[in-house]
Design a protein around this ligand. Structure first.
Ligand code: ATP
Length: 514
């Protein structure tokens, strides 16, 4: 099935099964804003808990905060967002559609990579075991031609971004003959900068009102609380502050479902270190974060690092962790070495001294920062895309399953009486009463047992427990495992222990500490 079709199926699956709904749908929706449904919110909360625990339980020197969305407007001057939080946009005059110029060029470069990979795959098939990929890539004329074209364009692109040269970005789009996907034409406007921050007025009278911004990232709430946390928590460098919260960006090109939203949620951790130690900590956090992603079992090959061509004004090293979404490898998390930019800027703009006295070095300095910044919604999308499968069964029917990591699944187990009579529903109710304090359980007695299994597969419930007539006398039930569909007879009084061993968040946390 084409990847585009897979993506469409995932989007409609999310809606049909109560994971994600378009916002304000009965009013025809609101662009790039989404609501999480009854299962979506559970999965999202589990993702947040996994991240939060991985940061604050597994690292003694990382603590959390929850800062307000509204902040003093000068913060966004200091951080550079008022002046430089811009995207380069370009319009197609025929379709009247607006695009991000950098994204158009990145997509073009990715297409050249795809062509090269296709040539390599074809040759690998032709030559079989004797195939030497490195040699092929360095000698095949067609691959070399693609590579040269890519390298040239890439070098121009990186330079144009670094120089903020909007005219050159436009020229690259023209030279690469990039067409508008809708109109198919190359009738482009100039490239312009567009600030992504939303603003509103705070205060009751129009004269007294102050323009405030909806935060475009949670990071600044951490920086402005650096001294509070360091002093009240008696924190010693190195230490980190973590935060989960909503962020808002007036994205120009808001498409691809929950990948790019105007209101989204971030999980950010700022790690404060001694100046000069940033490369060591940058590498350490890169590894730690990649291990966290891979621990979810969606496939190690679906992740890769992507180093930045253009470093943000505050960074001296930056990389993204990308996940292979149905629409290609895309950023899920950014890891940045932010130097002392943020704390120094807030020192300058607030007039307060923001430094740390290091007792070991016996001197004060402005700490450097390594940031890990990840979007909850993008992790959500990576988990749904990575776990969505359609399978043909032996009886000719098919099933759709979300093979979610059990610790993250919205519902941990379903309790299903085989029939709606003979005391089986009551027995099932007793089992739920026993388990509901530890796990999110669901009761279902409607339709055939096969249909009920399908419904649970579709929302990713890892275990189904069937209560049959024998249960009333042997006090045993059948557990059915979502992925293998295997069934096992177990005693009711062992259920809690069996399920706990399988769905505990500890399983994931242990994987990343081994
Ligand atoms: P992009 O290049 O895709 O716009 P970014 O580099 O601007 O992303 P950061 O500012 O580094 O993103 O934000 C950190 C993380 O926040 C991203 O890795 C992503 O997971 C998430 N994020 C950023 N913008 C959005 C958005 N509009 N919708 C959903 N998640 C987002």
């Amino acid at each position: 099935m084409a990847q585009e079709d897979v993506f469409k199926k995932i989007v409609s699956h999310c809606k049909e099964y109560g994971f994600v709904f378009p916002s304000s749908e009965i009013y025809d929706g609101l662009g790039a804003v989404y609501d999480y449904g009854q299962y979506g919110v559970e999965l999202k909360n589990n993702i947040k808990k996994y991240w939060w625990d991985s940061m604050t339980l597994l690292h003694e020197n990382v603590v959390g905060i929850d800062s307000a969305i509204f902040m003093h407007p000068t913060i966004w001057k200091a951080s550079g967002h008022v002046d430089a939080f811009n995207d380069p946009l370009i319009d197609n005059k025929d379709s009247k559609k607006r695009y991000r110029a950098d994204v158009l060029i990145e997509d073009y470069l990715a297409k050249i990579d795809e062509k090269t990979d296709k040539e390599v795959a074809k040759a690998a098939k032709r030559f079989g075991d004797a195939f030497d990929e490195t040699q092929f890539r360095s000698t095949n004329p067609r691959v070399l031609e693609y590579q040269q074209k890519r390298d040239e364009m890439h070098a121009r692109f990186a330079k144009a971004l670094n120089d903020s040269n909007l005219e050159e970005l436009r020229r690259i789009i023209i030279d690469a003959e990039i067409v508008c996907p809708l109109s198919g034409s190359r009738n482009w406007t100039e490239v312009r900068q567009f600030n992504l921050m939303f603003s509103t007025d705070m205060g009751s009278t129009s004269e007294g009102a102050m323009k405030v911004y909806l935060r475009p990232e949670t990071a600044q709430g951490i920086f402005v609380n650096f001294l509070n946390v360091q002093k009240s928590g008696r924190m010693k460098i190195p230490f980190g502050i973590a935060q989960i919260g909503k962020a808002f960006r007036n994205e120009i090109v808001a498409r691809q479902f929950i990948f790019r939203m105007r209101e989204f949620e971030q999980m950010e951790m700022q790690f404060f270190i001694r100046p000069g130690e940033e490369m060591e900590w940058f590498d350490r956090w890169k590894k730690t974060r990649m291990t966290w992603h891979k621990s979810m079992g969606l496939g190690d090959g679906k992740y890769r690092f992507h180093d930045h061509d253009k470093l943000a004004h505050y960074a001296n090293a930056a990389t993204d962790i990308e996940f292979e979404m149905p629409f290609g490898f895309k950023e899920v998390e950014g890891i940045h070495s932010r130097t002392d930019f943020d704390l120094s800027q807030h020192e300058k703009y607030s007039g307060r001294k923001i430094q740390y006295f290091d007792p070991e070095l016996n001197k004060s300095y402005t700490p450097y920062v390594i940031e890990t910044s990840i979007g909850v919604d993008r992790v959500f999308l990576s988990i749904i895309s990575g776990s969505y499968c359609e399978e043909m069964l032996d009886n000719g029917e098919s099933r759709v399953i979300l093979k979610l990591p059990p610790a993250l699944a919205p519902v941990k187990l379903a309790v299903l009486p085989l029939v709606k009579k003979d005391g089986l529903p009551e027995k099932a109710g007793e089992i739920i009463d026993m388990l509901r304090f530890d796990f999110r359980c669901q009761y279902d007695e409607k339709d055939s047992i096969g249909k009920r299994y399908r419904r649970q597969d579709a929302i990713g419930t890892p275990y189904c427990i069937t209560v049959d007539h024998d249960t009333l006398t042997d006090h045993c039930v059948t557990i059915r495992f979502r992925d293998t569909m295997e069934q096992e007879r177990v005693r009711i009084d062992k259920l809690n222990e069996i399920i706990a061993g399988k769905v505990s968040m500890k399983n994931l946390l242990k994987k990343i500490t081994d």
